[in-house]
Design a protein around this ligand. Structure first.
Ligand code: HT7
Ligand code: ZN
Length: 852
């Protein structure tokens, strides 16, 4: 399949200012009549070219008359004599047979659409590219009993009943938009309705549409929506612009949600939440995704992307905005820890592997493969660095200028940087390298101290590793928040923002009389790996004394990491410094329990593996379990006190209550790690008595790693209670796929045969297969059965849903990080995939690049 290249971008030859769509809806068969007003763009004689995929063309007219056309592969070419014309097509599609979940498809009896990035062409013919913006008028006709609710973008403008049990509705969206933001929904849905008064006094009717019986589970999403609307007005000065804002939840969805103008469509996982079925993490994710999609109304919809290479323009910026929003709703420190943990878990490995790409890629085969942690999460970090470098006021002036300048346009990443540059009065020439260069920079920091002169010298040196297609890199501008603490006094001796711009830089810090301890990359001010020479004692000191909560957490993580890496490499490091640092944190009553719970957790096995030249999954597992056991045993009394001090009261969703629940289950995990004989009963008691899913799932997550009889009892009680609730059943599959038990690969293979397992639902697939592929020990079992299982799954899913199949490939692409035997087996599976006939371009791109 061919590559699409950024440098080959050309403006569209034809524009489509107006579109009228008339849908005759049915699950087996839908007819779409599309009336496009097309206008020649510039001085050329090229024919009109329309994208269309899996469409049955019934008729085509130009200005009301039958016309010539050429329909080849996925393109319809129509010669047009003048500079403007009305082109009408009639096509037929089959939503119920659409297993790709792109275009118009059926989910649980609801007809819905997904058009980003290139799904609209599976609905009707159009120049399906984000720089063609059109005003849409949409009419839908459908059976009233089966599809009583008919929704589309914009505002409702008419509705009526027809004689044969059918009815119709018409919607009009006054804002020109690209086709990827088009949406319609037809179904038997009920709404949680509310309203929001904007700051200029307009009333917006809000609706969250779900299946009958689920309305009570939309309260949290509605509260989050209203909070997001108010927050965007307050923090970014952005007001909502239509009279209606609807959200629809569906069970089958390739992604988290979709920001279609005025009609967001969500994976139900990010809408439905109540205490009995959703964990605190689920509640947070619901609020975060609702906010994210809402914020797209400005960062994505009002100002959209010129082409898909600019994807991070809307995604990186919007993730940054949703991160800020969530930080403002609860503990900012814990939110930052979670965001950095996610970045390190998903983006750092991507940035150091065969699929590494800059946040503004240069080429792709299939754009769906570029909805990555790099575009989203590193993209957000790049925006965060601009915020840090410019400061909040200039940053806000920059976003105001960007929105003013480009409202109603399809913009580029360059437009965003230019607005920041103009509003901030700052030269960002070097900063642009963050958009063009892939790879995670490594920064070496060494500190020397001259006690006599009362001076410290900090030397910083950076290196950006080679990535595919980019063997040589230029230095990046790296904003590093640093501080020095006096080892004796604990005083803060220096605190500043350093911008490392060249390969190497030396910073002189005066007023440093006593031996300083370096705190660096505070708040994770740059998405880099810092290698600082700091002893275990220095790290322990920072973990107890740093006044930046993130840096405090980071020092503890580094201390733990150094210990685990040494142990996994066959040494016998002393566990005492870690145990003492954890003890300090656990007994510090000034700290927020939510923070304590994060700080005392060991780095994941995968993260330890990422630091090693050759990953040894078994050695890492043993090292981590041994440290967990020592922490559990040595501090058993403290864990038990923390467990009872944070005993559950009646469920409440508030930051303190969440923190208490988190620390309680983390403590229970350590009690279990100590080998205490009553741990399984304690966990089972928590499981049985819980009045919320956080405590219940927390206990199950501990039991599932054990051999105790309580394990099977809890698993079957959970299944019996929730088997009819798809979202909760996903948890049942995931928790087993994440088990640390040695029999997990066999258990996962058996679960793939379970009656409730299906390849057709992306959530279920991710719950079992996606979770298994990140369970380092289980997936990398030395006999290669994990690799074979995953490859088999990828090939089966590819026949139904290539996008979702392709997301599973990167786990195999990490073969260079493993010993020869494992690497050969992983490569063998990738080769088997690439050699398969009829492979999608989605999977082909991921697998072939992974082998290169
Ligand atoms: N902008 C949305 C992206 C999306 C998507 C992409 C590919 C395939 C299916 C998809 N569904 C949604 C989601 C977002 O970032 O807000
Ligand atoms: Zn987004």
């Amino acid at each position: 399949p061919p590559f699409v290249r950024r440098e080959e971008y050309r403006p569209p030859e034809w524009l489509v200012p107006e579109i009228a769509l008339d849908f005759d809806l049915g699950a087996e068969r839908t007819q779409v009549r599309a009336t496009l007003t097309v206008a020649r763009n510039g001085d050329h004689a090229a024919p009109l070219k329309l994208d269309g995929e899996a469409l049955k063309l019934i008729s085509l007219t130009v200005d009301g008359a039958e016309a010539d056309y050429n329909h080849e592969a996925d393109e319809l070419t129509v010669p047009i004599a003048g500079d403007r014309a009305v082109v009408e097509t009639l096509v037929e599609i089959a939503p119920a047979a659409n297993t790709q979940l792109m275009g118009l498809y059926e989910s649980g009896g609801i007809l819905c659409t997904q058009c980003e990035a290139e799904g609209f062409r599976r609905i009707t013919f159009l120049p399906d590219r984000p720089d063609v913006l059109s005003r849409y008028r949409v009419k839908m006709t459908a059976d009233k009993a089966r599809y009583p609710v008919l929704l589309a973008n914009g505002d409702p403008v008419g509705a009526g009943d027809l004689a044969d049990g059918r009815h119709w509705a018409e919607w009009h969206d006054p804002f020109p938009k690209p086709s990827y933001l088009f949406a319609l929904v037809a179904g038997d849905l009920v709404a949680n309705r509310d309203s929001f008064a904007t700051r200029s006094g307009k009333t917006v009717d809000l609706g969250i549409w779900v299946r009958d019986g689920d309305v009570e589970r939309t309260r949290h999403a509605m509260a989050a929506l209203k909070a997001s609307m108010a927050w965007d007005e307050k923090v970014y000065g952005r007001e909502y612009d239509l009279a209606v804002f609807n959200i629809v939840a569906v069970a089958d969805f390739n992604f988290g949600a979709m920001e279609n103008k005025g009609l967001n469509i969500f994976n139900s996982r990010y809408i439905l939440a109540d205490p009995d079925t959703a964990t605190d993490a689920d509640y947070d994710a619901v609020a975060g995704v609702v906010a994210h999609e809402y914020f797209h109304n400005w960062s994505g919809n009002r100002v959209t992307c010129r082409d898909w290479f600019q994807l991070s323009l809307k995604e990186g910026f919007t993730v940054f905005r949703d991160q800020q929003f969530s930080a403002d709703q609860g503990s900012a420190a814990v939110k930052r820890i979670e965001d950095v943990r996610a970045l390190r878990a998903a983006q750092f490995p991507e940035d150091s592997g065969p699929l590494a790409h800059p946040i503004r890629p240069e080429s792709y085969i299939e754009i769906s493969n570029f909805y990555t942690a790099t575009i989203y999460n590193k993209g957000a970090e790049v925006i965060r660095m601009l915020h840090t470098i410019l400061g909040p006021e200039k940053f806000r002036a920059g976003t105001d200028l960007y929105f003013d300048r480009h409202d109603g346009e399809a913009a580029t990443c360059e437009d965003f940087v230019k607005a920041m540059e103009d509003a901030g009065g700052t030269d960002l020439a070097l900063f642009r390298r963050w958009y063009s260069q892939a790879g995670t920079p490594r920064v070496r920091a060494s500190l020397t101290h001259d006690a006599g002169a009362g001076r410290a010298h900090l030397t910083l040196a950076q290196q950006v590793p080679p990535t595919p297609g980019q063997p040589v890199k230029q230095p990046m501008p790296i904003p590093l928040k640093i501080a020095l603490f006096g080892e004796r006094s604990g005083d803060k001796l220096a605190d500043r923002l350093v911008l490392l711009e060249g390969d190497e830089q030396e910073i002189v810090l005066d007023g440093v009389g006593e031996r300083p301890v370096l705190s660096i990359n505070r708040d994770f001010s740059a998405p880099v790996v810092v290698e600082a020479e700091r002893s275990a004692a220095d790290l322990a000191f920072l973990s107890a004394n740093d006044d930046n909560p993130f840096a405090r957490y980071e020092a503890m993580q580094q201390l733990m990491l150094d210990t685990l890496i040494a142990a996994a490499a066959g040494q016998t490091p002393d566990h005492r410094p870690v145990i003492e640092a954890v003890e300090q944190t656990l007994t510090n009553t000034d700290l927020d329990p939510a923070f304590v719970a994060e700080a005392v957790l060991l780095p994941s096995e995968a993260f330890v593996g990422d630091q090693m030249l050759v990953v040894d999954p078994e050695a890492i597992h043993r090292a981590r379990e041994a440290l967990r056991a020592d922490l559990g045993t040595e501090l058993e009394g403290l864990w038990r006190s923390a467990y009872s001090a944070h005993a559950a009261n009646r469920f409440e969703y508030s930051p303190p209550a969440k923190g208490a629940r988190r620390l309680r289950t983390v403590s229970l995990g350590y009690i279990a790690a100590s080998g205490a004989s009553d741990a399984p009963q304690m966990a089972k008691r928590q499981f049985d008595n819980a009045d919320n899913m956080t405590d219940r799932q927390g206990a199950l997550g501990i039991l599932v790693n054990s051999d105790a009889p309580e394990r099977a009892a809890a698993l079957s009680a959970f299944y019996d209670r929730y088997r009819a609730d798809g979202l909760v059943l996903d948890k049942w599959f995931a928790v087993q796929a994440l088990s640390t038990r040695p029999d997990t690969p066999d258990a996962v293979a058996a679960l793939a045969e379970h009656v409730d397992f299906t390849l057709a639902n992306p959530n279920r697939l991710r719950a079992l297969v996606g979770s298994f592929s990140v369970n380092q020990r289980a997936f990398h079992r030395a006999n290669g059965q994990g690799y074979r299982f995953l490859a088999d799954m990828i090939l089966s899913v590819d026949k139904l849903n290539p996008q979702t199949a392709a997301k599973l490939v990167p786990a195999l692409g990490r073969w260079r990080r493993f010993d020869e035997d494992r690497a050969e087996k992983m490569k063998g599976e990738l080769q088997r995939i690439v050699a398969t006939l009829g492979l999608s371009k989605d999977v082909f791109e991921q697998a072939s690049k992974s082998l290169a």
